[in-house]
Design a protein around this ligand. Structure first.
Ligand code: ATP
Length: 355
């Protein structure tokens, strides 16, 4: 049984998430796993109905999710012109990340079709790495703030807040993940002090995993390598904001950030959440042209997590077949709508199962 809390959020989420959910329903019919889900309208829909983006007790609601659900499928929280600035489903995201302490944000970067490669001469053999982004601390920890706001003396402090325990567990997660996935190397991408916390903890943890090659790469060099020599990259572990930026570079070299999914985990918990890497895409809201593939691939990651590997592999084959057929949205050079792409993926899934 897979029990999912579906929380679309803001922006294009309401266009892409229905396609992910319908794809899960098709997979559930074809591969006969039990599926149960509930849709939570937090974000723009909740705002339009009630005047607030989330219920007052949102933190408690999110904290209680693991008692009823195995996983959450989240769309995006952020800018949406239908909601006053400063309000968004980000509260849901904060709850999922920090409230539930899902500290390891796993963002695979794989080229699904050689024709999509924006890098000259690089194929799907070259572009296949995973960015593991710390999800609760670093630059996105929420610590810091503004002082003397609105005066000429206003100051802003936004620290890169790292704890020994927080850094250690995500680096351990990365090495364990590398071992489970048969990967050979883990690189830490950072630019802290020469003997700072990230580099010391990385050395400490890597010494316990002698079969995996450890590599220390400055974060700017890692961004450069992703574009010039992605074949040298295997697993990357990084501080919150650095990991966010690097995984967007990863999305770009996959052909579009509309293709990149993520899964967020805590090694001690039986609950995870999955999302597209992209945001609310405010420039294309309501046009029906958002690429639903990142959301569909996030649903695929969720099935992997729940052990429904056959269905998960079939969804990925269906996405690849749909890209190959040319039924793609404009970010991938096509002219199909969100709904047409979703339908094409589900048709491909049906055909795949019939073969
Ligand atoms: P965030 O701050 O939440 O990461 P952002 O504003 O930095 O969000 P996105 O919302 O991901 O970034 O949008 C960046 C660009 O990528 C926009 O031009 C947007 O239209 C495009 N984009 C994002 N997601 C998709 C998608 N699924 N399909 C097509 N284009 C997309």
């Amino acid at each position: 049984m897979v029990r999912i809390a579906v929380i679309p959020g803001d922006g294009i989420s309401h266009e892409i998430m229905p396609e992910a959910v319908k794809t899960l329903e098709t997979a559930h019919e074809l591969y006969e796993f039990a599926l149960d889900y509930e849709i939570f309208d937090y974000g723009v829909e909740h705002y339009l109905k009630t005047g607030s983006v989330v219920p007052e007790d949102i933190d408690d609601i999110i904290t209680a999710l693991p008692a009823t659900f195995d996983a959450a499928l989240f769309g995006a929280g952020g800018t949406d012109p239908r909601v006053p600035s400063g309000e968004s489903a980000q509260a849901v995201l904060r709850g999922l990340r920090r409230g539930l302490d899902l500290y390891a944000n796993v963002r695979p970067c794989r080229l699904l079709n050689d024709d999509l490669s924006p890098l000259k001469g690089k194929t799907s053999d070259d572009i296949d790495f995973v960015v593991i982004r710390e999800n609760t601390e670093g630059y996105e920890s929420g610590t810091g703030g503004n002082f003397k706001v609105g005066t000429p003396l206003e100051s802003e402090i936004r620290p890169e807040y790292n704890t020994y325990g927080g850094v250690r567990r995500v680096i351990e997660f990365a090495f364990n993940f590398a071992e489970q996935q048969g990967r050979k190397q883990v690189a830490v991408a950072e630019k802290g002090l020469p003997n700072g916390l990230w580099s010391r903890v990385f050395e400490e943890v890597s010494a316990q995993h002698p079969a995996i090659e450890p590599r220390h790469v400055h974060v700017d060099t890692m961004a450069y390598l992703m574009i010039t020599a992605p074949e040298l990259i295997d697993i990357v572990v990084a501080e919150n904001r650095a990991g966010d930026i690097l995984s967007d570079v990863g999305g770009a070299i996959q052909g579009s950030r509309g293709l990149a999914p993520a899964g967020c985990f805590n090694a001690e918990k039986d609950f995870a959440y999955f999302e597209p890497v992209h945001g609310t895409a405010p420039d294309i809201i309501g046009q029906g042209i958002a690429n639903p593939m990142a959301a569909i691939m996030a649903a695929k990651m969720m099935l992997d997590y729940k052990g429904h590997l056959e269905a998960a592999d079939a969804i990925e084959r269906a996405v690849r077949a749909t890209i190959a057929s040319g039924t793609v949205t404009s970010d991938l050079g096509g002219s199909s709508s969100t709904a047409q792409v979703g339908e094409a993926v589900r048709d491909a899934l049906q055909r795949d199962a019939a073969n």
